[in-house]
Design a protein. Structure first.
Length: 690
């Protein structure tokens, strides 16, 4: 029996008795991302999850994509240690919005996978992931999913005491990494002041095999070297990042109003050897390679292509309760000035990307009338984006969006119904050519759920959404060396229309639960990059095209507390996820293959032990010119010890990731054939709440 069949069979037998771990532990937590009409995670109809508490601390990574990649339906772009963005059900780029406290990240991360998301996971209190149709609150650029990182930079409530503070320090072996994070909330009457900061530094990380995959070597006609399976370091995978935030809120009996300022900066290498050399230089200059290998690691880092990113951001958030027809008014706003510079070497500026933008959203929640609840909102967004230099594959552009939306809920006995609609007007301007396109978009969704028994609930949604093409899809025309492409846009592209359905079945009884999500989306004029077999400037040409497409798949997840042993409660959890995506002309590229995650956990008041096995199947439903990816198994272990009563707010965490030092290549990554995942990694951290 193949490893694929064994992994799938094991998961199918395990999952019916177990369900989503986050659901069982956080079922009463309010999820604020999907709708202005806040509901608990257990009341969500479909496709939502929360990563918080100990689970968040165990998964915490330097990027939001790597932190979330084991959540149901989520994978990552995995572009080295410095840049990794979430992919949800095979969708990425502009179709997945990353938010901070409900407002977009206002960076350049959706333009290219080598651009980091200007969000710091280390300060997250929790991270909400919304899949499916409940996305009309945020606009067409969130049509594939929403990730909302909720931190405390704008306090919404009074601290438990006059002062709340948290300190965390950590280290990792695979990259000689060190990190620290601290935050404090201080109360003065009705004012709450907040200050936090983070710092992270890591060197080139260890990889268990040769950087280039067997498939890549075969494609190039190269023999597999004798030392292919020997450990080595991945050149140019270092990271040096920091952030600092300050905020203040007025917190009253009926609401709050707060403002904050944040600075985020990061310097990180772009691994993979994509040939950022000047035109005419041989990418395989052996003499040059020998000289580089003789230099020290720090010098190697400086010689490679690296990115220096800096963002200064201002936020405002408010919520106030009223009597009468209006129950509550909410305001979310953010403005950011973002810049990152791509260096071809020390002092050699290649391309400078800038993005100055803002987003404002205001919402009114109606008072409940009988069995009817409703909320209405407006949203304004602007993005002034430019790229100047050798890799300016997209011209300076301006995007302006205005949207209005409405949400409604009805309770009819044990039947819950929801409906939402959104109108959006998007204007895309090519500043260099004085060209512009305007799109009027209308999206609707409806759904409901019913409790068949006290333990079983079924629900579903249907939706029709419209998305405007991005400026990159419309106006790109130039070399994009990070992804080894020459990108061509198409200014005649029209809006993209998605019609879909999602269904969920949840069983929750006693100490176990199981959830099954099924989804299907049919796209008219789905926009993607297709390889053309042509070359320009020595790079393969990729053309943005529109074709009808379909996405379908499932997530099955579960958890069960099945026994007790002394002071320990024993539980098991599992996850199976699968997505298939194709157009009328063939398969879409970089779609995640079937994967499973199985965990066993023993938990007491002070000590938690967890072991898990992750299996990712081989990827062989390939797009034109795409190389296959082998399957792999990863084994991880986690130990958390919490101090006894009297110092119960101190936690020590020890984990070993990829215990077997396995070669793993994420099929969703542009760099999968050049950059394997890190090897065995021993991590340690200590967290203290004061």
């Amino acid at each position: 029996m193949s490893r694929f069949a064994s992994g799938l069979l094991a998961s199918v037998f395990l999952v019916p008795s177990i369900a989503i771990a986050q659901d069982s532990k956080d079922e009463d937590v309010i999820i604020v991302t999907a709708s202005p009409l806040e509901r608990s995670i257990d009341e969500a109809i479909t496709g939502q999850s929360i990563l918080a508490g100990d689970a968040l601390q165990d998964r915490l990574s330097g990027t939001i994509g790597e932190t979330l990649k084991l959540e149901p339906g989520v994978s990552s772009t995995s572009f080295g240690a410095g840049a990794s963005r979430p992919i949800i059900r095979g969708q990425g780029g502009d179709r997945v919005r990353v938010l901070t406290n409900g407002v977009g990240s206002i960076d350049a991360s959706s333009a290219s996978p080598d651009h980091a998301v200007a969000v710091e996971p280390a300060q997250a209190e929790r991270i909400e992931v919304v899949r499916g149709a409940a996305l009309l609150r945020y606009g067409s650029s969130g049509s594939g999913g929403i990730v909302n990182v909720i931190d405390g930079r704008i306090p919404r409530d009074m601290p438990d005491g006059n002062t709340d503070a948290t300190v965390r320090i950590g280290a990792s072996s695979v990259d000689a990494g060190a990190e620290g994070a601290a935050s404090i909330d201080q109360r003065f009457g009705n004012l709450v002041f907040h200050l936090d900061g983070t710092y992270r530094r890591s060197e080139n990380y260890n990889i268990p095999v040769e950087g280039e995959s067997r498939a890549q070597l075969a494609e190039e006609g190269e023999e597999i070297p004798d030392d292919f399976d020997e450990n080595r370091k991945l050149d140019n995978s270092f990271v040096d990042s920091s952030s600092l935030s300050g905020g203040v809120s007025y917190v009253g009996d009926r609401g709050f109003f707060g403002v904050a300022i944040n600075n985020f900066n990061s310097t990180y290498g772009v691994p993979g050897g994509h040939g950022h050399e000047e035109e005419g230089h041989d990418h395989d200059d052996e003499d040059h390679d020998e000289e580089e290998h003789e230099e020290g690691e720090e010098e190697e880092e400086e010689e490679g292509v690296f990115i220096k990113l800096d963002q200064t951001r201002y936020d405002v958030n408010a919520g106030w309760e009223f009597d009468g027809l209006i129950e509550k008014v909410q305001l979310f706003g953010g403005y950011a000035d973002y810049k990152h510079t791509e260096f071809e070497g020390p002092g050699e500026v290649g391309t400078v990307f800038t993005n100055e933008g803002y987003e404002v959203r205001a919402e009114v929640i109606q008072a409940e009338r009988g069995n009817w609840r409703a909320a209405h909102g407006v949203q304004l967004r602007e993005r002034d984006f430019s790229a100047v230099g050798e890799e300016a594959f997209v011209p300076p552009s301006l995007t302006q969006t205005i949207g209005a939306y409405t949400f409604h809920e009805f309770e009819l006995g044990n039947i819950h119904l929801e409906g939402a609609a959104r109108y959006e007007s998007t204007l895309q301007k090519n500043s260099a050519l004085a060209d512009k396109r305007k799109f009027d978009l209308f999206s609707v969704s409806g759904g409901g759920d019913v409790h068949l028994t006290d333990a079983v609930r079924i629900g579903g949604t249907v939706f029709r959404t419209e998305r405007a093409p991005t400026t990159e899809e419309l106006f790109s025309n130039g070399p994009h060396l990070a992804t080894n492409q020459f990108e061509l846009g198409d200014a005649s592209l029209d809006k993209e229309v998605a019609t879909g359905v999602e269904a969920a079945i949840r069983h929750r009884e006693g100490n176990h639960n199981v959830t099954l999500n099924l989804f299907y989306t049919d796209y008219s004029d789905y926009i993607f990059e297709a390889e053309t077999a042509d070359e320009e400037d020595g790079l393969p040409v990729f053309q943005f095209v529109a074709d009808d497409a379909e996405f379908y798949g499932l997530e099955v997840a579960g958890q069960s507390q099945f026994a007790s042993a002394g002071k320990f409660d024993l539980s098991a959890d599992a996850l199976v996820e699968y997505v298939r995506a194709k157009t009328d002309s063939g398969n879409l590229p970089r779609i995640p293959p079937l994967s499973t995650l199985v965990g066993l956990e023993a938990e007491s008041d002070r000590l938690t032990l967890r072991g898990e096995w992750e299996y990712v199947a081989e990827a062989n439903d390939l797009a034109a010119f795409e190389l296959p990816t082998d399957d792999y198994n990863l084994v991880n272990a986690f130990v958390t010890w919490k101090a006894p009563v009297g110092a119960q707010d101190v936690a020590l965490r020890f984990s070993v990731l990829n215990i077997l030092d396995t070669e793993a290549r994420q099929h969703t990554s542009f760099l999968k054939d050049l950059v394997p995942q890190p090897g065995r990694n021993v991590r340690f951290s200590i967290t203290a709440k004061l």
